[in-house]
Every structure is written in structure tokens, then in C-alpha cells.
Design a protein around this ligand. Structure first.
Ligand SMILES: NC(=O)C1=CN([C@@H]2O[C@H](COP(=O)(O)OP(=O)(O)OC[C@H]3O[C@@H](n4cnc5c(N)ncnc54)[C@H](OP(=O)(O)O)[C@@H]3O)[C@@H](O)[C@H]2O)C=CC1
Ligand SMILES: CC(=O)N[C@@H](CCC(=O)OP(=O)(O)O)C(=O)O
Length: 353
């Protein structure tokens, strides 16, 4: 538990990116945080307000390289760098500054099996000691471990959206583990600010397409978390799609129930699992969520609808990829790690319309 009135000094690595900017926006409203370092790569040397004019008038440190950061003057690092690069940055930080705590938004520390990491990411993991300390950061599922860890590995945006509804159903033994089908759509900001020409307005607007079909990296996170929840290996089908919107993940999940469980039973299990949670909202049975209702908030809204085919149920889950899918959950995890109420700086409803 942090002392009352004590300000936590936060460094945001990768502050010139989309998730970095969202961290600056959120932490600017956190009464117990002082942002003392912001880093960039190509944009190092610029003022934050030059890169992101929405921050004009805010008193923020200039963007520097990571090497220029005085790590003695920070208590927590929010690391919003590309995967691959991240593992080396975090290994150095954890070796140099044992008291530092880190919330990593990249994929580098999410998979506890480093052979799986090498398979899905195409290179070996080279921070094995640090990997052993990492806790997978779906706050609602792993809060007890997150409170104690030095390194929280914030989950992927598609992964968070699917894991929140599916894991409680696996734990309760309500669904068939052979038949989990996740059809997930994402907004374009999920690809980051340095995205390729495939993210141009003219390539994405007025269309919809699947990508990473049968081989998207978040499949590995789903395998890990679903297998843990079921107590045996579970392989789900997962296909992401790029939708012509800026923010949002919207997952339609097809499930087969076990032992005659109804949509009502599924709904009750989810409502019970999240009854004490601020950020996961299970809608009344039959009500369908919309991405626009969680946009700009840290909420995940879940709907449960009976399929006309007996024994099947359709579960729909949606988050804002930059909030519950990334920076919002990172702040939620930070709050848990430092003993602040989890909703500090996150008590914001969706931005609608
Ligand atoms: N966008 C999203 O919805 C989500 C993103 N994530 C993950 O979060 C992380 C950040 O994503 P996002 O903000 O979208 O990415 P962006 O591409 O928008 O930003 C990347 C940031 O990292 C900096 N950077 C890039 N390469 C290096 C390097 N070699 N050394 C130091 N700094 C570097 C960039 O600096 P500069 O601008 O100067 O080049 C920029 O600040 C990624 O790992 C991503 O996969 C996770 C969940 C959701
Ligand atoms: C639209 C788009 O490209 N989205 C990204 C997901 C963003 C995310 O969660 O990224 P990491 O798992 O890499 O941290 C993707 O599908 O790769």
C-alpha cells in the first residue's frame, strides 16, 4: 500500500505512440502520480505537445531516449514499446533497479512458456529470469498476484476481450472445450502509430477483412489462459478482422454448452463472476453490447444470447483497445500494484455518441 499523499514517479517508455499518449492522458488525472519521464525513439528531443497537440498546456517532461532517463527518479515504468525490443529494455531495468515496478504493454512477457513465445514471435526469448517473475495482467483474474509482482504483462487487446467472458465459463465447466470459436474485430489504432500502408484510410475505409487467419499471435495467449482455466489443453479457433473504426475490439464468441446448460446458466455464471467488478459489465440476458458504448472507457461489456440451435450460446464482448485493451488496464494494474483503488483515474464512462 502506498503512503497517503505520496506521489508515485512514473516513466512512460514509448510515450510518442498511441498507447503511450493514452497513458499520459489517463495518468494526468491520477492524483497520486507524477509523470517524470517520457521516452520516444525517432521523436526523442521533441516536446510531447509537439507530437500530440492535445497536450498543449500540460506541464510534461520532454521526450528523451531511454538511455537518458534517470531511473533513480522513477518508481514505475509503463513500457509501451514494440515486442522484441521490450524484453531487453525491461531486463536491463530490472537488473539495474531492483525496486522499480513495471507494467509492460507489449507481448514480450505474456507467455510463460518461452518455447511458445519463440514459435509465435519468431525469435527466442532472451530475458528468461525476468519472464519467470511476470504475472499475466487480466486484472480481474490475477489481481492477487498482480498486487505482489514487480512485472505485470498487460494482455493483448483481442485476448482481453475473449478471455474475460470465456475463462469463468471454463472454470465453471459450463462449456465444451472442443468448440470455442472467436470472431474478433479491431479498430485501426490497434496497429499503433507507426503502422504500414495497409492501415491507410483508403485501404481500410468501407471494407472489412480478416488478417492473421489461423496464425495470429494472440492465439497463444488464448491457448495459455483457456488451458489453465480448464485444467487441460484447450485450442480455440480465433480470427481477427480489421474494421474501419479508430478504436474498439468486438468479439462474437460461439460456444457449445455442457450438461444441458442454458444461455441463462451461462449468463448467471458470468454475472456472478463479475458481480463485484467495476469494469466488467454483464448486460441483461439477450442484450447485445456495442463498441461505441465502451469507447473511451476502461469497461468491457458482455452480452449473452441464446442460439436457436439447441446447446449453443453466443457471447459478445467488447472493449476499447486503447483502454481495457491496453493503457486503461495498465493503469488498473498499476493501481492494484501500488494499493490505490483500481478505478483511480479510470472512472470514465464510454464516449457516446
Ligand atoms: N495499439 C493498441 O491498441 C495496443 C498495443 N499494444 C502493444 O503496446 C505496445 C505499444 O503499442 P502502440 O502504442 O500501439 O505503438 P506505436 O507504434 O504507436 O508506438 C511505439 C512507441 O515505441 C517507440 N519505439 C519504437 N521503436 C523503438 C525502439 N527501438 N526503441 C525505443 N523506442 C521505440 C516509438 O517511438 P517513436 O514514435 O519516436 O518512433 C513510440 O513511442 C506494442 O508492444 C503493442 O503491441 C497492446 C495492446 C493494444
Ligand atoms: C489492428 C492490429 O494490427 N492490431 C494488433 C493488436 C494490438 C495488440 O494487442 O498488440 P500486441 O499483442 O502486439 O501487443 C494486431 O493484431 O497485431
Amino acid at each position: 500500500m502506498a503512503d497517503a499523499g505520496q506521489k508515485i514517479r512514473a516513466g512512460i517508455f514509448g510515450a510518442s505512440g498511441y498507447t503511450g499518449a493514452e497513458l499520459v492522458r489517463l495518468l494526468g488525472q491520477h492524483p497520486q502520480v507524477e509523470i517524470t519521464a517520457l521516452t520516444a525513439d525517432r521523436k526523442a528531443g521533441q516536446a510531447m505537445a509537439e507530437v500530440f497537440p492535445q497536450f498543449i498546456g500540460r506541464d510534461l517532461p520532454a521526450l528523451t531516449t531511454i538511455r537518458e532517463v534517470n531511473t533513480d527518479a522513477i518508481d514505475v515504468v509503463f513500457c509501451a514499446l514494440p515486442h522484441g525490443t521490450t524484453q531487453h529494455v525491461i531486463a536491463d531495468l530490472m537488473m539495474d533497479q531492483p525496486s522499480l515496478r513495471i507494467v509492460d504493454l507489449s507481448a514480450d512477457f505474456r507467455l510463460s512458456d518461452v518455447a511458445e513465445y519463440a514459435k509465435w514471435y519468431g525469435h527466442n526469448h532472451e530475458a528468461l529470469d525476468q519472464q519467470k517473475e511476470a504475472v499475466y495482467g487480466v486484472t480481474e483474474l490475477y489481481r492477487d498476484a498482480i498486487v505482489k509482482t514487480r512485472l505485470t504483462a498487460n494482455p493483448g487487446c483481442h485476448s482481453t476481450t475473449a478471455i474475460l467472458p470465456v475463462v469463468p465459463l471454463l472454470r465453471a465447466g459450463l462449456i465444451d472445450t472442443d468448440c470455442i470459436v472467436i470472431d474478433s474485430k479491431t479498430g485501426m489504432s490497434g496497429a499503433g502509430r507507426s503502422a504500414s500502408e495497409a492501415m491507410l484510410f483508403s485501404e481500410v475505409a468501407e471494407g472489412l477483412h480478416a488478417y492473421g487467419v489461423g496464425k495470429h499471435r494472440h492465439t497463444a495467449e488464448l491457448d495459455q489462459e483457456f488451458s489453465k482455466a480448464a485444467g487441460h489443453e484447450v485450442l480455440a479457433s480465433f480470427t481477427p478482422h480489421l474494421a474501419p473504426m479508430i478504436r474498439g475490439i468486438y468479439a462474437t464468441i460461439y460456444l457449445r454448452t455442457k450438461g444441458g446448460a442454458s444461455a441463462g446458466d451461462v449468463h448467471k455464471a458470468l454475472a456472478d463472476a463479475y458481480s463485484g467488478e467495476t469494469f466488467v459489465q454483464v448486460l441483461p440476458l439477450g442484450q447485445v453490447p456495442q463498441s461505441r458504448h465502451v469507447r473511451g472507457s476502461n469497461n468491457c461489456q458482455i452480452g449473452v444470447v441464446a442460439d436457436r440451435v439447441e446447446g449453443r450460446v453466443i457471447v459478445i464482448s467488447t472493449v476499447d483497445n486503447l483502454l481495457k485493451g491496453a493503457s486503461g488496464q495498465a493503469v488498473q494494474n498499476f493501481n492494484a500494484m501500488f494499493g490505490f483503488p483500481e478505478s483511480t483515474a479510470l472512472a470514465i464512462s464510454g464516449m457516446f455518441p
